[in-house]
Design a protein around this ligand. Structure first.
Ligand code: CTP
Length: 417
């Protein structure tokens, strides 16, 4: 499942130095299997050749209002009607002003006026131009009309000066595109809280007890849930991957912090998925000063709170979450141990994986899991990317919630057994 696959995305490039970064935007979208059509103003062609965009997107860019599209159609009308999203990056102060005026004298403004699709604008200009009341008024108008704006960021500008005005990085713009396209997805309306990463229990100011969790599975779940339209809270501990955009981020370092964060989110959580590796033990004492040799040779441990167990008890009273899913990391007797955990923690679903496998589980990008549900069903998924595992988990959760999944299409790349 890839929200960008087969989406028709228009990328308008206007005449700013950041036009070279738009090549990277197009490349990322094409790699994600989007069908990308580029439109360029005359000024944009002074910065980057249409040939470059043509080679990367596989389609000659529309550079002229009078150019027929596909040999016969009126470019701006046909493109506008067939698109799912219109990105303009970079967006200069000049084109921003013309959009705000409803002008239509180049392929980008004409298409923007004809299009009834979400617009994602990535302005880039000198700080004074950005700060000017004219630009800000134009921007306010476009926002009021429903356009999403990404950036500009602060940093070094083309003039050598430093200030606000740099176009956002291509990956950030592409992430925003995913967010916009996912909003109406099959999980829209659901609030999902996910725990990810590993906890740290402190021995002293420099030492902690941690674990091998990378956070990859939890982050893949958060990104996929977001792309499918859910409102996502990510409660996260130590991770080797960056937390995703477009989800509410709640850092939680210790098991106790995870418990507090999750419990406070419960009343507004429809679905809880606990993918975090939460410590079962912590030092009885966290020393204020670094332990000296000979003093800390014996560390006494005590149990940490079990987050899912606490949720299991509270959910009866609250009526929320509607569904709780946990993970079971096991080294032996996978199904039996996972089933016992599901019962003990009052879960509706448990995702079990054998952590002794080298190609699945901790730290790697793939996983081989079993999805076990309360009704006793066991789905054995083959080795697949953590994104596809995330998709399969969410697909089943949607099914268990029992609401018809309008527009749900497992799509390419998912393996449903
Ligand atoms: N979990 C939890 N609170 C803890 C420990 C784990 O909520 N203190 C959650 C994990 O996020 C996971 C599930 O419980 O979803 C199972 O985690 P796992 O470490 O496999 O099981 P444990 O409960 O720790 O049981 P055991 O150590 O006996 O295998």
């Amino acid at each position: 499942m890839n929200i960008l696959a087969e989406k028709r995305i228009l990328v308008g490039v206007t005449g700013g130095i950041a036009a070279y970064k738009s090549v990277e935007i197009v490349s990322r979208l094409v790699k994600a299997q989007a069908d990308v059509r580029v439109l360029m103003t005359e000024a944009a062609q002074k910065f980057v050749s249409p040939l470059t965009f043509g080679a990367i997107s596989g389609h000659a860019p529309i550079t002229d209002l009078w150019q027929l599209y596909g040999g016969e159609k009126i470019g701006h009308v046909a493109l506008a009607h067939e698109a799912d999203l219109f990105i303009i990056a970079p967006l200069t102060a000049h084109t921003l002003a013309r959009l705000a005026q409803g002008m239509a004298d180049d392929p980008i403004t004409a298409t923007a006026l004809s299009a009834r699709v979400p617009m994602l604008l990535a302005p880039a200009m000198e700080t004074n131009m950005w700060d000017h009341p004219a630009t800000q008024a134009n921007l306010a108008k476009l926002k009021a009309w429903g356009a999403a704006i990404v950036g500009p960021e602060a940093g070094r500008l083309a003039s050598g000066a430093t200030g606000v005005g740099r176009m956002s990085e291509p990956e950030v713009i592409v992430e925003h595109a995913r967010l916009i396209l996912g909003k109406t997805g099959p999980l829209s309306g659901l609030r999902i809280t996910i725990t990810a990463g590993g906890t740290r229990e402190w021995v002293d100011p420099v030492r902690f007890m941690g674990n091998r969790a990378s956070g990859k599975m939890g982050v893949a779940l958060a990104e996929m849930a977001r792309d499918l339209g859910a409102e996502v809270n990510l409660v996260y501990g130590a991770m080797t991957v960056p937390p995703p955009m477009g989800v509410a981020l709640i850092p939680a370092e210790r098991a106790e912090d995870m418990l507090n964060a999750v419990m406070s989110l419960l009343p507004e959580t429809d679905v809880l998925i606990s993918a975090a590796a939460i410590a079962d033990f912590r030092p009885v004492t966290t020393h204020e000063r670094k332990l000296k040799k000979g003093v800390g040779e014996e560390i006494r441990l005590e149990r940490t709170p079990d987050v899912l167990r606490a949720v299991g008890e509270k959910r009866q009273e609250l009526g929320m979450p509607r569904l709780v899913a946990g993970f079971a990391a096991e080294t032996n007797d996978l199904i039996a141990n996972a089933r016992a955990k599901m019962a003990k923690k009052n879960l509706d679903m448990i995702v079990a994986n054998d952590v002794t496998a080298t190609d699945a589980g901790f730290g790697v990008d793939t996983n081989r899991v079993l999805i076990i549900t309360r009704d006793g069903a066991v789905d054995r998924l083959p080795l697949m990317s953590k994104e596809d595992v995330a998709f399969n988990i969410l697909h089943r959760i949607r099914g268990l919630l029992g609401t018809p999944s309008i527009g749900w299409d497992p799509g390419a790349g998912s393996v449903l057994s």
